[in-house]
Write a protein that binds this ligand. Structure first.
Ligand SMILES: Cc1ncc(COP(=O)(O)O)c(C=O)c1O
Length: 387
């Protein structure tokens, strides 16, 4: 009997592969997971607990309850400066659910989608599951992980572009000018833009502009409660669809998981109505302090290439001639450090490692130090690979 070829095409997550190698080992420094190191705000936890105790937890409308959709539309106007009808909001099972709902609404078998390299790998699995094909566009480290949309490949099967702003794994951000170049390209070739904005509120300088503002007629935007509110395990996100698309996407989501969790919906409502900006800022400030400390260490060692502007990740190069996977294994073996090989995020990152800044300031400072140490050992040949 045959198993699905889609699953065969999906590469195993390097994040989980490293975690598996590290399993059962004591005293390791963990910098692999993009997991905020905080509890969700108290109002969120209370609302979830109260729903469980006092309400019948049942199926909800597939696209989420009307009051939550209205509150999300308000948040989009207040935070992202875009006006959308509450009917365009589709509440999903995490940001990953918003991505799947969006992709499955516009892509069919053999359709092509332009995707960032390096990029967050899970979307690639979704593309393969749909029988669609990825076309990668480079985000070169030497260009500060910025793309050049005018040179992207496109053919008659290309239907969409995926962007992720701010980016996992790089932490780089696209400014308005870049979004306008991407929009011009999408307009010229009649493409959807699937805009992954799950880190929309995790930024350290300029607020990231939403693609909904720049390309309103062709954007499907994906958001999440996971990162802003440290709610990764609650599994709630939302997509902003085009007007009139709701029924279409409902058919897809209904056949996958009926509706998102009512408990998480109640908690999300509290996140939007009871959690102040100061609580969010406190978490973001801690990521910023971690980023600043990591960058200062790199600058002092003469190894700073760029400064992440959002999300909570930092890419560091592996020593010349060493693959990211070998380097991460050596980091584990010799420096008791768990980082993610860049190869997980695409061919362009085969000589990179990704650190999560969410692990906390001291842990990341220590981790950056150990990476620099091993890099120097390998580069000076004192401790060559395999010896
Ligand atoms: C770039 C990016 N998009 C989407 C997601 C998915 O978010 P969620 O955990 O809400 O499903 C993640 C999670 O790490 C991510 O990093």
């Amino acid at each position: 009997m045959r198993l699905s070829p889609a699953a065969e095409a999906i590469p195993r997550s390097g994040i989980r592969a490293m975690a598996a190698l590290a399993e059962g080992r004591e005293g390791l420094l963990h910098l692999e997971y993009g997991e905020p190191g905080f509890f969700a705000p108290e109002a969120v936890r209370r609302a979830g607990a109260q729903a469980v105790l006092e309400e019948r937890i049942v199926y909800t409308p597939t696209d989420g309850p009307a009051d939550l959709k209205r509150e999300i539309a308000r948040k989009l106007e207040r935070v992202n400066r875009v006006r959308v009808d509450a009917d365009q909001v589709f509440v999903t099972h995490g940001g990953v659910g918003a991505l799947y709902a969006s992709l499955a609404s516009v892509l069919g078998p053999s359709d092509r989608i332009l995707m960032p390299d390096p990029g967050w790998p899970n979307v690639l699995g979704q593309v393969y599951t749909l029988g669609a094909e990825p076309l990668f566009y480079p985000l070169p480290a030497e260009a500060g992980f910025q793309p050049e949309p005018e040179s992207w490949p496109v053919d008659e099967r290309t239907r969409a572009v995926l962007i992720n702003n701010p980016s996992n794994p790089t932490g780089a951000q696209f400014d308005r000018g870049m979004l306008e170049r991407i929009a011009a390209f999408a307009r010229q070739h009649d493409l959807w833009v699937i805009s992954d904005e799950v880190y929309d509120q995790v930024y350290f300088g300029e607020r990231p502009v939403s693609m909904l503002e720049v390309y309103p007629e062709g954007t499907l935007a994906c958001f999440s409660f996971s990162k802003t509110y440290a709610m990764t395990g609650w599994r709630l996100g939302y997509a902003v669809l085009q007007p009139g698309m709701r029924e279409w996407t409902t058919k897809i989501v209904e056949s996958c998981y009926s509706s998102s969790s009512m408990v998480a919906q109640r908690a999300a409502m509290a996140a939007l109505t009871e959690v102040g900006d100061d609580e969010i800022q406190r978490m973001v400030e801690s990521y910023r302090a971690t980023r600043d400390r990591a960058c200062a260490i790199l600058a002092q060692a003469g190894r700073q290439r760029y400064v992440p502007e959002g999300a909570f990740y930092l890419m560091m190069p592996a020593p010349r001639g060493v693959s990211s996977e070998s380097f991460c294994r050596l980091l584990l073996e010799r420096k008791s450090l768990v980082a993610v090989p860049g190869s997980t995020f695409g061919r362009r990152a085969e000589h990179e490692v990704r650190l999560s800044l969410a692990a906390g300031e001291d842990a990341v400072a220590e981790g950056v130090g150990r990476i620099l140490e091993l890099t120097q050992e390998l580069e000076t040949g004192a401790n060559r690979l395999g010896t």
